[in-house]
Design a protein around this ligand. Structure first.
Ligand SMILES: [Zn+2]
Length: 181
């Protein structure tokens, strides 16, 4: 899925935490956005492996949840939010295409690496590839509630996020041609 899809999903889901911890709204929203992007930084290393942890993020989220619930602070809630949204990102990539330059060619059997079992999970391809029409539909679906929930800078961030998604979707199949490696 597109990184922008993860951002839209993260911002909508993060509102649940804003309701739970209203005193920590800036921390929750800032960290949720960063954590929704974070795993994809591994595109510079081994994509969908180096920073995607569908099992381990969940394992450390559990004690972080207890920590945040018992001792709510910017640090504990920030940590919990980060782990939760990095986990949501890692798991949702399983429902997309393979980690390959042209995922619409359906060659890769690698969706997300599970370090716990030392193997790749196969792509579910519910969303065939990042930047597919259904991926864009997901961005729209998760942006609509977020447009209602947020105003000010976050509203404009959503507008930019949606615009980038449209541009990426339109030009998605030209992207591998710019691969200079
Ligand atoms: Zn990812």
């Amino acid at each position: 899925m597109m990184t922008t899809t993860h951002i839209a999903v993260g911002m909508t889901l993060a509102y649940g935490l804003v309701v739970l911890f209203p005193a920590f709204t800036p921390v929750v929203l800032g960290v949720a956005i960063v954590a929704s992007i974070f795993p994809d930084l591994d595109v510079l290393f081994e994509h969908r492996k180096t920073l995607h942890f569908p099992v381990y993020y969940a394992v450390v989220t559990l004690p972080a949840t207890v920590f945040a619930a018992l001792w709510p602070s910017a640090l504990s809630i920030g940590l919990f939010t980060f782990l939760l949204f990095a986990w949501v990102h890692s798991v949702s990539d399983i429902f997309g295409g393979g980690a390959e330059a042209r995922p619409w060619e359906v060659e890769s059997r690698h969706a997300v690496y599970v370090h716990f079992t030392n193997r790749w999970l196969p792509p579910d391809r519910g969303v065939r590839y990042d930047g597919s029409p259904e991926d864009l539909a997901l961005v729209v679906a998760f942006s609509v509630p977020a447009f209602v929930l947020y105003d000010g800078p976050l509203f404009y961030l959503l507008v930019v996020n949606l615009s980038l998604s449209v541009v990426y979707t339109v030009f998605r199949k030209q992207v591998p041609d710019f691969d200079l490696s």
